[in-house]
Design a protein around this ligand. Sequence first.
Ligand code: SF4
Ligand code: SF4
Length: 316
Amino acid sequence: MDPQLSKIATTLREIPFPTRFAVETNADCNLECSMCHHPSMRRPKGKMPFALWKKCADEIAIMGPETNCWFSFCGEPLLEPGLLMRCLDYGKSVGLKSLNVNTNGVLLEPELADPLMDTGLDLIVIGIDGFTKEVYEKVRVKGDRDAVYRNVEHLLERRHARREGPEIQVQFIEMDENEHEMDTFREYWLERGATVKLRNKLSWGGKFDTPVEVSFEDRIPCPWALTMMHVFWDGRVPRCPGDTEGDEGVGNAWDEPLTVLWNKLGHYRQKHLDHRFDELPTRCQECRDWMTGAAERIKPPGGSIVESSSDVEVRS
Ligand code: SF4
Ligand code: SF4
């Protein structure tokens, strides 16, 4: 079996509350990335009422303040910067320990750098995927390479000037279109103090091909299903991140506590843990995301640690 997947499998067990929680503060996006399902997403788009995040955050603070809360699922959170910062502020005020933002960086304009860091967020991941304008804009369709590079460089400079701040990761999803730029991308950003995150392309519930090749005979329980819960902007909770339309949702966070919704997902988790994969919904038969969760993070000189994560990272 693939050694990285074996390592991930050893970490998976039934848990009473998710260790990762994705919050879709906004379901719109300003880009149409080539590797993302968002451009073809059919469900209604909107922004999350603050009261819904407050309800979730209050429960997470009691049930698992260490939970990694990710502000992003299907959409760009910086289309609503005021809402995002209010949510981050509130999360910190109730004692949440890990508040993370995943953004494409186009709207991470210089004047937002300090207010964003003032919230006390712990980590920001900027999905970039290319070094040259040509490759970047082929993958990050409708994006502006030079604006993103300028925005991230400014954020790094401000963090340096403040002498504290969130971890700043620049993400590179490895694909045929961009793999020849990976080394240049890594060197460029490490020199400027960012952590470089290299990750596999996801299949988004089987909608896309991925370059990862692992035999289905070596299948492991899906790390996303075992560890992570997602809430759409309107409160609906999908079965898993592959269920991007919420076709197999289990309820709504407005109506029920997160623990109840997590427990409703428990029979799926048990099937994964028992390796009864053929009893899972059809989507799980085609989805390859159980094999694409791992990511590698390379820290800049000074920290100079190279890590290969043994569990899943949020997607963008
Ligand atoms: S990857 Fe992110 S930025 Fe790109 S289209 Fe999807 S949601 Fe939007
Ligand atoms: S393998 Fe199944 S549980 Fe995991 S993301 Fe894909 S559809 Fe969801």
